[in-house]
Design a protein around this ligand. Sequence first.
Ligand SMILES: Nc1ncnc2c1ncn2[C@@H]1O[C@H](COP(=O)(O)OP(=O)(O)OP(=O)(O)O)[C@@H](O)[C@H]1O
Ligand SMILES: [Mg+2]
Length: 396
Amino acid sequence: MGKNAKEYYLMHKDIRVCLMEITDDGSIGNVRKNKAAAAHFPLGGQMNNMKFHEWWRDRAIPKTRHGSRTALQKLGYTSTNSALVNNLALSLSDCYWIMPREEDLTWNDVNLYTNDFVDTFGEITINSDHMLDLRKKTRFNCATSQGELQKKWCIGTDGRRYMIKGNYGDSYQQSLNEIFATNLHKQQGFENYTPYSLVKLTVDHNMEGRGCLCYDFCSENIESISAWELLQTVKTRQNESYYFPLKKVCLDLGMPEQQFTDFIDYQIMTDFLISNTDRHMNNIAIMRNPDTLEVLGFAPIFDSGNSMFYNVPFEMLSRIRLEEINTHSFIQKENKLLQYVRNRSLVDIEKAEMNFALYEQDIFERQARIPLLQKMYERKIVSLKAFQQGKDIWKS
Ligand SMILES: Nc1ncnc2c1ncn2[C@@H]1O[C@H](COP(=O)(O)OP(=O)(O)OP(=O)(O)O)[C@@H](O)[C@H]1O
Ligand SMILES: [Mg+2]
């Protein structure tokens, strides 16, 4: 065994999928797979060892998460990776975790869906001044999660798990955008979206700010797997669109083709309306039954906050050329994403008129943006209408 390494089983609920060494800094050494449980091995790590290391690395809270340095310091962790190991790599988005080889724990003992926890890591990144030291009171003090924004998992009085997300910078627009997207999906009568609601939280200098809240769409019986992870199971060419590889993987896993295209069609068109530039492959996920491994469909649309020109300075807003918007999705050009849409009528343009009063809850300095945002959105409506009437708008 390597120096300062400890042996752990990678667990999928109560199934031991491999025995692996984890070093002090949280990286993986030797791995010995349990062949009898090969199907339960994480999809993202199945291709080869390097992919498995990446899968593991991606599991830690990103170092770049806002506030993570302070949180690590306060909790006495040397890295987000060691925080991951210390909390048995448990998450509220899937059913993987790690068990020290010499211990004898069960999924029942440890899982965050039914056991109490306090996400102190999240607590500190969201609200750094009001720190309670709860480390000794609960065994688990952070659930692993992805993404750049400050966030924390909490347990409601009804026992439901929910996530609170903050914003980047002073504005609350990212949180307000989540509500805006929620309202759009609600109006559309679309079912498969994650509803977000607005919450008050304390921000820097003890001020009252706004964040957003959503309930966990996973449970002990439903886990999510990101599109990014799915894409690790196939070879993709550089600069190749992710659309067809993702479609292939989903269909190979048993998803009916129309389930794939209907969901992605709807998501592409609504993202187009709200100018969501961040539908990257970690912002799309599928759901799976962790026991039978049956694919259940797409995770409800989530993370629509990086939209509505939230990062464009006021002076630049009137100069945006809609046909030049870039995204981080399957391909770069936003309007070209529409070429993947098979059924253009899945968004009801008559039900896409939005109330912009929501944005009056942003900080005062940002409110001058509202009429411009509204104008931009109306132009998007016009474009989408033309598209629905048969115009391939990316061609002109
Ligand atoms: N309601 C939920 N239920 C279960 N898992 C969730 C939920 N919301 C988010 N997640 C998981 O947490 C991750 C991070 O959440 P989210 O994408 O909202 O954060 P973010 O910081 O805005 O991300 P990004 O870096 O893409 O901007 C998601 O990729 C997903 O895996
Ligand atoms: Mg995200």
